[in-house]
Design a protein around this ligand. Structure first.
Ligand code: GRF
Length: 205
């Protein structure tokens, strides 16, 4: 068994972040081993992306957590990595990844500068709101919707964007660079927590 941190990626659709993470592993900028993909749509493009890399790809419709937990048993993952998985996780799955420090070893990437524009369509909301900056957030997952402790954020200018599609195009470039980099320091435990005004903050250690 490899001594690299074992990750399972959860995704629902296109899979560009899945690819970015897999590339970063290929070029060794991310030291981790993708054990499997969990997806909730059998026709999602990400399923073929995983299969074409020879990785186990499990379709679990409806995000059935009992089934997911069963599947996870054979992979013994250290961390769960959400890459466009369009579901809020419930307690059984969260607890599978609970660390001794109390946080969940689950990370997500979100297409906005949280806490602005949680939920769906972060880039479109930023464009329709007339924002001059949009952004990307990588955060640990907790019980809330896009509310867990923020690990990293990058903002980018959208002042000259004429469409939500252009905002998304720029955002995905940022995502694909930020996610592997941030995941690397999370997996290496290079962060510490600090509680400020009843929130948990994550900072590089
Ligand atoms: C990304 O914009 C990500 O931030 C959000 O869902 C989208 C997934 O895109 N959580 P992809 O499937 O990785 O291409």
């Amino acid at each position: 068994m490899s001594s690299l941190p074992r990750i399972v990626i959860f995704a629902s659709g296109r899979g560009s972040n899945f690819e970015a993470l897999a590339h970063a592993i290929d070029d060794r900028s991310l030291c981790a081993s993708i054990e499997a993909l969990i997806c909730d749509h059998k026709d999602a493009p990400v399923m073929n992306k995983a299969k074409s890399r020879g990785l186990p790809a499990h379709c679990i419709p409806g995000g059935d957590e009992a089934k997911i937990l069963e599947v996870l048993k054979s992979y013994a993952p250290d961390f769960a990595v959400m890459a466009g998985y369009m579901r809020v996780l419930k307690k059984p799955l969260l607890n599978r990844f609970r660390s001794s420090e109390g946080y969940y070893k689950i990370v997500n990437i979100h297409p906005s500068l949280l806490p602005a524009f949680a939920g769906l369509d972060g880039y479109r909301k930023a464009f329709e709101h007339g924002c001059k900056l949009a952004g990307v957030t990588v955060h640990l997952v907790d019980e809330g919707l896009d509310q867990g402790p923020i690990c990293a954020q990058v903002a980018f200018s959208i002042a000259d964007c004429d469409s939500a599609a252009e905002v998304e195009r720029r955002g995905l470039i940022v995502e694909h660079a930020l996610y592997p980099k941030t995941l690397q320091w999370i997996l290496k435990n290079q962060f510490k927590f600090r509680n400020v005004a009843e929130r948990t903050h994550v900072r590089p250690s």
